[in-house]
Design a protein around this ligand. Sequence first.
Ligand code: KG4
Ligand code: ZN
Length: 340
Amino acid sequence: MMNIYILGIESSCDDTSAAVLRNTEVLSNIIANQEVHERFGGVVPELASRAHQQNIIPVVDTALKQANISKKELQVIAFTRGPGLLGSLLVGSSFAKAFALASNIQLVEVDHMEAHILAHFITTSESKKVPEFPFLCLTVSGGHTQIVVVKDYFEMEIIGKTIDDAAGEAFDKAAKIMGLPYPGGPLIDLYAKDGDPSKFKFSEPRIPDLDYSFSGLKTSILYFLRDRLKEDPMFIEANKNDLCASIQDSIVKILMKKLIMASKQTGIKQIAIAGGVSANSGLRNALNNAALQNKWEVFIPKAGLSTDNAAMIAITGYFKFLRNEIAHQKQKPYARQSAR
Ligand code: KG4
Ligand code: ZN
């Protein structure tokens, strides 16, 4: 089979990323994080668009150089069309459209959430093992929390989702309450490593079926800390590790409960996790434990493929290109999945 070289572009939120794939194999995956948002405690859309505009050319340039590929060797450029911040999406999609026209290569549009899941089909020299259809994927990011039945590459059914905050948001908001900088998820993971997860208990959601809710947990953390801080202004500092471990444990337990239910209901025992929160070590441990107990075969994204990256956009673009699903220059970005 002829080799296909794909350039992937991701700019849906606050990371500018470009990657080059040869078929399903990553040759480069460059990510420029935007530090401008840290002091605002969250992503500022206006600043994100500007930073994308600034970063996109150098990031693409570096990705091509690191892959040792010239523009002429590329057959496809794949870009994130949505969901995400509209101003951010516009930078990546406009770049991709212009690049496709100028280089006379094929343009492919990619859904960010499908891409998080299809990142599991990226192969490396160490591992060629990929999930088989149908599998379940718990997709947990800063904007989404979904249990998806993946029947085929582009045949996905959402059987459970959050009715309020996403799991990543729950991590980030809890971190913010504790006074940690944005994004707090990775910091909670870090501090939790030296903490006692059973030290503090927070409220558990009572939501039917396979849906999730995290707003109650957030409120319960907020009130708990408010009361404790009244007695001891140093409470957070003195209990940082135990607080982080307990918060992480609560979120992970909420996530696992419905995932286990979903596996029982569907009878599917191939289970994957995807999205930024799938980098969380507590979730990874819980998934591996559940695998032993429930005889699951589990799939955890390889390093650098959990959080937003362009390699996942490129692999999705690769499968679409093989199906001859070429994008039109007129296609516009969508901010929400429902507007697809
Ligand atoms: O998928 P992603 O990179 O961007 C979105 O599409 O939203 O996910 C980002 C989210 C953030 O909320 C971040 O705090 C969270 O993933 N995250 C983590 C960890 N790494 C990233 N949450 C907990 N533990 C981590 N290790
Ligand atoms: Zn994402």
